[in-house]
Design a binder for this molecule. Structure first.
Ligand SMILES: [Zn+2]
Length: 441
């Protein structure tokens, strides 16, 4: 099969530090027409959403206008169909009682040394579990620390990125060689989608280029080798530049090589691609494989959780509350932070108020990808959470049944593909946030 399937990402402004990649499409259709997202740094999108959700008469967030034709995927129905026992096993692992002595939990509180202690116990736990499950993981933390320490020692102004680009590239190439993944700088003779090309030498010395590689290290650290090589089947990471506006990266499944192209944004014109976006691209490759090369425009088993609504049709406005996925994750993170803050100050009233908002939002929300509203992008955004342990709090929250059902389906498909990878991810996932004050509201 020789389809060109690119999954393009846009760069978002990051208002809350938890930006998820928002993705885009596309198979034989590279024209982007949706309006770019704007995350207003003053009145935040999250505040607007909260305000609107508090008003039960408001219908918010019309889906963005788009001229994209609605396509029917000729290969729909080719996705892995997990058996009931796959779902049962996944749910059993998710529901397992968490032993705080075994699974480290970072409370988010700012006690002295709390985070360092969490990191140490966390690393020991990951290594032991990986060993039990015959998984091989690699910790990039020492490499990241070395680069940071060298850079700081080398700079009187505290610039993290003042080592030569080649230092970051070599370190990343060495680390990714563990997974058999080549990291390369694109050359003029290579083929690029979305108007991209080879980056020039000056761009490679930008902070963004170096930070992009650091984010690659973050993204792949502690990922089981089998997930990268057998499930995502990633072969190459290619650095490029000059792609169309806001195309941050795209996944390029191929007959011989599966590749992720990352567009380096010039300093001041865009930000470095986040590690979350790299997980989004990996999720495209995982989905591409799970759906036998189809499933981008249609995936009935997944879409059934949208309650009969075609939330990917940009021409339809729904009465139900819909929130763009990245905004929703930001919102959930903000609400969790607000609860932790209220907990630390013992402000019961505030805590209960935030809790009420969470409850009100949960069952109502359908999330969608705002850029190219296709099921393939929805899957990539939810699927990015498979390998991101800190996302499980949100993605398995029973108050968010739509997300939970979608995520469980993707986990069950992963279980079919590789049970031990699924087990590793689920068992290393962060624990659901425990609300010590919950019973008092
Ligand atoms: Zn995407």
């Amino acid at each position: 099969m020789n389809r060109e399937v690119g999954a393009v990402e846009r760069i978002r402004n990051i208002a809350f530090g938890t930006a998820l990649a928002a993705g885009v499409l596309a198979s034989g259709c590279a024209t982007e027409t949706a309006e770019p997202a704007t995350v207003n740094q003053g009145t935040t999108t999250t505040e607007v959403i909260i305000a609107e959700l508090e008003d039960p008469t408001t219908t918010i967030n019309e889906l963005p206008p788009s001229d994209l034709p609605k396509m029917t995927d000729p290969e729909a129905g080719l996705c892995i169909e997990p058996q009931p026992e796959d779902f049962d096993q996944v749910r059993e692992w998710l529901a397992e009682p968490k032993n705080p002595a075994l699974i480290p939990t970072y409370s988010g509180k700012s006690d002295d040394g709390a985070f360092e202690e969490f990191e140490e116990t966390s690393q020991a736990f990951l290594e032991e579990l990986a060993s039990d499950l015959d998984q091989t993981i690699y910790d990039a933390t020492p490499i990241i620390e070395d680069l940071n320490n060298l850079a700081m020692a080398n700079s009187s102004e505290g610039n993290y990125y003042n080592l030569p680009f080649q230092d970051y590239l070599s370190a990343t190439q060495d680390f990714m060689a563990n997974y058999g993944v080549q990291v390369m700088v694109g050359t003029p003779d290579m083929e690029y989608a979305y108007g991209g090309g080879a980056p020039d030498a000056e761009l490679l010395e930008s902070d963004n280029a170096k930070q992009t590689l650091m984010n690659v290290l973050y993204a792949f650290s502690e990922q089981p080798d089998e997930y990268i090589t057998d499930v995502a089947k990633l072969d190459d990471i290619v650095l490029m530049s000059g792609a169309e506006d806001e195309v941050g990266a795209y996944a390029q499944p191929g007959e011989f090589r599966n590749q992720i192209y990352i567009d380096i944004q010039p300093d001041g014109e865009g930000s470095a691609l986040e590690s979350d976006s790299i997980h989004h691209e990996l999720a495209h490759l995982v989905d591409f494989d799970a759906c036998n090369g189809g499933g981008y425009y249609s995936d009935p088993a997944y879409e059934q959780f949208n309650g009969g609504l075609d939330i990917y049709d940009p021409d339809v406005i729904y009465d139900t509350v819909t929130v763009e996925y990245g905004d929703y994750i930001d919102l959930a993170g903000d609400l969790m932070s607000a609860k932790i803050a209220a907990e630390e100050t013992g402000d019961m009233e505030q805590w209960c108020d935030v809790n009420d908002r969470e409850q009100a939002i949960g069952a109502e929300v359908l999330t969608y990808s705002e850029y190219h509203p296709e099921v393939g992008e929805d899957k990539a955004e939810v699927g990015a959470g498979l390998a991101q342990q800190y996302m499980y709090n949100v993605l398995t929250d029973s108050r968010l049944p739509v997300l939970k059902n979608k995520f469980e389906l993707l986990l069950a498909r992963l279980h079919v593909r590789n049970p031990k990878v699924a087990e590793y991810f689920i068992k290393t996932a962060s624990r659901p946030y425990i609300d010590p004050l919950e019973a008092d509201c």
